[in-house]
Design a protein around this ligand. Structure first.
Ligand SMILES: Cc1cc2nc3c(=O)[nH]c(=O)nc-3n(C[C@H](O)[C@H](O)[C@H](O)COP(=O)(O)OP(=O)(O)OC[C@H]3O[C@@H](n4cnc5c(N)ncnc54)[C@H](O)[C@@H]3O)c2cc1C
Length: 448
């Protein structure tokens, strides 16, 4: 199997040095797979997608499931994201979606996206997970006066076309309820939306899964899948599982070579986060940072940030193009400048945490859910950095598909269905992405 980025980013054995890791000491210390087993289904990857798929397969269909995870439970993006429960999971405008798929499918897509957000909330409540939920909506912030008109139109369309509860705030209004700053020119709010501690969330899901007797093996990297007659042999360094069906739930950490039909279709993109030290009340007041709801701005290469329950600021952007520990450090310094440019009164506030991870994008610019033709291999990936609401819901949809083995039974918008196209000259994927970033950087500089 091949990695796209520097090997530092695939150190499955090491927990990520995130703020979240310091907020919870819960670990499961589950066995690694060291023997040959059998099961109805093997799920690869214990993030939100894999865990929720496995739980639903056990609870609703009484299937025997084994979950194999290369690191510890939730090691991937699910334990280290920003915790924004937002939607929709796309990098394409809703106008373009309407053009490609039609108005009805786009409407259904937004309905499904909202179901995803509500499903995440249901899991928190039904599985009794204490994951520090904050905020009561999502904000999209105009980072330039030019962008206020755009978010006003967006708020109207969201309301009219998709029935989404939206509100618009002028710069002065948002100064009072949100925050001030050099790039604050009004905001749009939409619901549902909130923020969580992602590690506590994924641990809570895993705890629930274990209570339902899901067999999870940690530190068990799947390195090969062999097909023998009508079943598969899922191989790891020290063991294997013979199974009839496989779910690939590896999202941005997918390694080329595992499933030939999935190769060259995923663009893993690095996303970086920095977290400040705790701010005092007086320091918070310097930017009147009132809200605990998640905020993303209107830049093409967007900034996302939120105030954490202990009055730190979490700030995220796209990451670097290399993936080494050094490039992560360099990127975090650049991000510190971005943060301090928009909040100049915090120029003396130090940064205490920085980390990164991989999200999955594709040429479809929307998520992908489905079954590989003529195989019993299923996939759910490509949430474009919006997985807190999309990945658990995708896991649930996948469980229905796995049970029925029939793609026609997947009752979700067409927009989700099927694999994205392969990249031409896939080795150049990161280069294409660099070009796109350059283009969007210029657009952002010109505020268009
Ligand atoms: C820095 C960052 C910030 C983000 N912020 C947000 C946010 O605020 N809101 C939001 O909605 N989304 C956010 N995301 C995206 C979100 O975290 C993901 O979309 C979501 O967690 C995907 O869940 P998943 O279960 O599909 O994949 P992951 O959680 O990435 O899990 C995949 C798992 O597969 C395992 N794996 C890979 N290969 C193998 C193998 N061969 N064998 C066994 N196991 C394997 C990996 O170890 C990993 O644990 C962010 C992502 C990052 C990286």
């Amino acid at each position: 199997m091949k990695n796209i980025y520097h090997s530092d980013i695939y150190k499955f054995e090491e927990p990520v040095n995130s703020y979240w890791e310091d907020t919870t000491k819960e670990t499961f210390n589950l066995d690694k797979l060291t023997k040959d087993l059998k099961s109805d289904v093997v799920v690869i990857g214990a993030g939100y997608t894999g865990l929720l798929c496995a739980i639903n397969l056990i609870e609703n269909y009484n299937l025997d499931v084994i979950l194999l995870e290369a690191g510890k439970v939730g090691w991937g993006a699910s334990s280290r994201n920003g915790g924004f429960c937002s939607f929709p999971p796309i990098k394409i405008s809703f106008k373009k979606l309407q053009k490609i798929y039609g108005k009805e499918e786009t409407k259904k897509f937004f309905k499904n996206s909202i179901e995803g957000s509500n499903y995440t909330k249901e899991i928190i409540s039904n599985y009794n997970i204490n994951c520090d939920v904050t905020g009561e909506c999502n904000y999209i912030l105009a980072h330039h006066p030019n962008k206020f008109k755009q978010i006003k139109e967006q708020a109207e369309t969201y309301k009219k076309e998709f029935g989404i509860d939206t509100n618009i705030y002028s710069k002065q209004e948002f100064d009072k309820i949100g925050h001030s700053g050099t790039e604050q020119f009004g905001a749009l709010s939409y619901k549902p939306g909130f923020a969580i501690n992602p590690l506590k969330f994924v641990n809570g899901i895993a705890r629930y899964a274990l209570s339902k007797k899901l067999k999870i093996f940690e530190h068990t990297l799947v390195n090969k899948i062999d097909k023998i007659d009508n079943s598969y042999d899922v191989k790891t360094k020290e063991g294997s599982v013979k199974t009839k069906k496989i779910v690939v739930a590896t999202n941005g950490f997918y390694q080329e070579g595992l499933v030939p039909q999935m190769n060259s279709r995923i663009l893993p993109v690095i996303s970086n986060i920095i977290v400040t030290r705790k701010l005092t009340k007086d320091e918070i007041d310097l930017h009147n940072f009132k809200t605990f709801s998640p905020i993303a701005n209107t830049k093409n290469l967007l900034y996302y940030y939120r105030k954490l329950p202990d009055n730190r600021i979490l700030f995220g952007t796209r990451g670097d193009f290399i993936g080494s520990d050094q490039s992560n450090l360099n990127r975090s310094k650049i991000m510190e400048k971005f943060l301090k440019n928009i909040f100049p009164n915090w120029s003396n506030i130090s940064i205490e945490y920085n980390w990164r991870g991989l999200i999955a994008m594709s040429q479809k610019l929307t998520p992908s859910i489905g079954k590989i033709e003529n195989e019993e291999i299923y996939y759910g990936f490509g949430y474009h950095g919006v997985g807190v609401s999309t990945a658990p819901w995708t896991g649930k949809q996948l469980s229905k598909l796995v049970f029925s083995s029939n793609s026609k039974d997947l009752d979700v918008s067409k927009i989700y269905k099927g694999l994205p196209k392969k990249f031409i000259f896939p080795k150049l994927r990161i280069f294409y992405f660099r070009l796109a970033v350059l283009f969007y950087n210029i657009k952002d500089k010109l505020n268009i």
